[in-house]
Ligand binder design. Structure first.
Ligand SMILES: CC1=C(/C=C/C(C)=C/C=C/C(C)=C/C=O)C(C)(C)CCC1
Length: 326
């Protein structure tokens, strides 16, 4: 009983351990069986993407409300939703007319967003900003370059067969070792430089957990690998930050469970939107090609989400006691 309580406490403190356990289980399954059955892959993807990944963006209205309170700005849920949908709509149009530029924007904003979440509680100075961005770019490159055969057809569909992005992608694949090895060395160098300008304690154990999770994604199929990082790391970690941001709000402070429950209405609306667009796409294009649609959908919800999260993240840095100015 004591051991069970200890495990429950440990998981509540560090939920990403479950993602690491899940990754290990999938790899053992793959090694013993030769592959992970499709149904198990979809189960992991649905649980991680739709149980954690999408919900972490579906509470943006609460985060924005809290940011508005902290900055003495007015807030209206109607205006928030209109702005959110308008941003998604405009970005959707951009995808239609300029797919390659839109993909580039998606990669850049994702790199920033992943880096900002992974390297948290650092000073808002230029060297640390470069480290965060570089790290986000490296993580994304790692996920893509370790799954080139899965990624290539999705990229070709997203960029509508445009040759230039496919040539750049082929070059990156041909130089994977240089890109990932050199990139990691460059980030380590930048990290040292950033430490010189403004010393800061970074949670080493957290980075080790992240490293383990990333290594586990390597041999797994792309969608499972992405779901493990996106749902099982990025969204979990964001949920923790969001919970701390919301728990002290004067009106109706929220527990971790309440925060998740509050995400369900907008998660359901997002899912419905995805299903409707998917059916329309199926009828119109007469092909069942869910992966480009899924990533397109993710890109549309990422753009307004990034803005809200940035508003929160830039308000959760300064109180950190580990930051020591030089
Ligand atoms: C994995 C993957 C891609 C990139 C996905 C990205 C960049 C997702 C970012 C999601 C974010 C930032 C969500 C916000 O919370 C591509 C290039 C579409 C190709 C297919 C595989």
């Amino acid at each position: 009983m004591e051991a069970l309580n200890w495990t429950a406490r440990r998981i509540a403190q560090t939920p990403s351990l479950v993602s690491i356990g899940c990754g290990m289980l999938l790899i053992v399954w793959q090694l013993t069986n030769g592959y992970v059955p499709q149904w198990a892959q979809w189960l992991v993807v649905v649980l991680l993407l739709f149980g954690i990944g999408i919900p972490h963006g579906a509470i943006d209205h609460l985060i924005d409300e809290e940011t508005a309170r902290r900055t003495n700005r007015g807030y209206s849920i109607g205006a928030f939703v209109v702005k959110y949908l308008l941003t998604m709509g405009l970005y959707g149009l951009l995808w239609y007319f300029f797919p390659t530029a839109s993909l580039l924007i998606f990669l850049l904003i994702s790199a920033w967003h992943f880096g900002e979440t992974d390297i948290e509680h650092v000073p808002l100075t230029l060297p640390w900003t470069v480290v965060r961005f570089g790290w986000g770019y490296w993580v994304l490159s790692f996920l893509l370059l370790t799954h080139p055969t899965d990624v290539t057809p999705i990229l070709a569909r997203l960029t509508q067969g445009s040759p230039a992005p496919m040539q750049v992608w082929a070059w990156c694949v041909a130089h994977t070792a240089l890109w990932l090895g050199g990139g990691l060395a460059a980030i380590a160098g930048l990290f040292g430089l950033a430490q010189q300008t403004r010393r800061c304690l970074v949670d080493g154990r957290r980075l080790v957990r992240l490293g383990c999770l990333l290594l586990l994604t390597w041999p797994l199929p792309l969608l499972v690998a992405f779901a493990l990082y996106f749902g099982g790391w990025h969204a979990l970690s964001s949920f923790q930050t969001i919970y701390h941001y919301l728990k002290n709000r004067p009106q109706n402070p929220l527990s971790a469970r309440q925060v998740w429950f509050r995400s369900l209405p907008f998660t359901a609306i997002a899912l419905l939107g995805l299903l409707l667009t998917g059916s329309w796409w199926y009828l119109y294009a007469q092909t069942w090609d869910p992966l480009p649609l899924l990533f397109l959908f993710l890109s549309l919800i990422t753009l307004p989400h990034l803005n809200v999260m940035h508003g929160m993240n830039s308000r959760t840095q300064p109180h950190d006691p580990t930051i020591i100015s030089r």
